[in-house]
Design a protein around this ligand. Sequence first.
Ligand code: PAF
Length: 305
Amino acid sequence: MKVIESPSEFAAELDNSRVSGARIGLVPTMGALHDGHRSLIARARSECDVVAVTIFVNPTQFDDPSDHERYARPIREDLALCDNERVDVVFTPSERGMYPNWPSEPSAGMWVKGLADDWEGHWRPGHFGGVATVVAKLFATSGRCRAYFGEKDFQQLAVVREMVAEMLFPVDVVACPTVREPDGLAMSSRNSRLSPSEREAARVLNRALAAGVRAIRDGCTNPFEVSSIMSDTVRDEALVDLEYACVVDARSLSVPHELDRTSPLRLLIAARVGDVRLIDNCDGMFDEEIVLNDERTKVARCAAG
Ligand code: PAF
């Protein structure tokens, strides 16, 4: 496994592989790798000849500087995980490598309108500009590839897809299902910062999604009613501060006038648990098995009825 810090060396390495016909799989990450990342790498491994993982805690996508400072950076463990998963190349650029003027403001960047405006875009101003900019830089460096992103960051996935379509990047974006802890909590690098009581309280995100799905399955067609049901579920948990809970059209990410079960819906939720911000989402028709244990049984029973 090669570990490369220089963007030009990383680009040259992938160019060389492409000359011999290799299909490149790119897995962009901010490190602190967990089983969610492992599943992206495994998918890339199964579909591509060369797998490249990028590890870069991108400063421009943090709206809160203390979140950036506290973001875990266990590089030794990350490299061991990559090695275990038979990754070919790990790209670990420096801040200066990715942003030549760093720490001054970048002189150019990327923006995506519409899909990036609400939800995370509203609660984390500037976040998607930072994400789009760094992902564009990674795509520019890596060249033609398949790029693997988790559905856990559903809006990010939509924003990246939009950018690829608009900017004509030679990249196939591959969406991979969210990986969950046994009790249903979506895996996130931030979960490790939860105290035991916060970790327990964080399960309410999953319960809120389940409650929303159940309401839709029970025939509720009013998106605001679904969102109230989700919010009420979270309100029961004193350690959790809800930011938003909503049901949106899965393609436009806007709230439909009425819930029409023939068009794809997505339930989105974001909350603070102590000083840790968590997000999650699920398919509005519950096509994926997101809610585990007792909640899943209840939703399944409700669907059957
Ligand atoms: O999802 C992430 O880990 C980051 O937002 C990404 C896509 C690697 C960009 O920094």
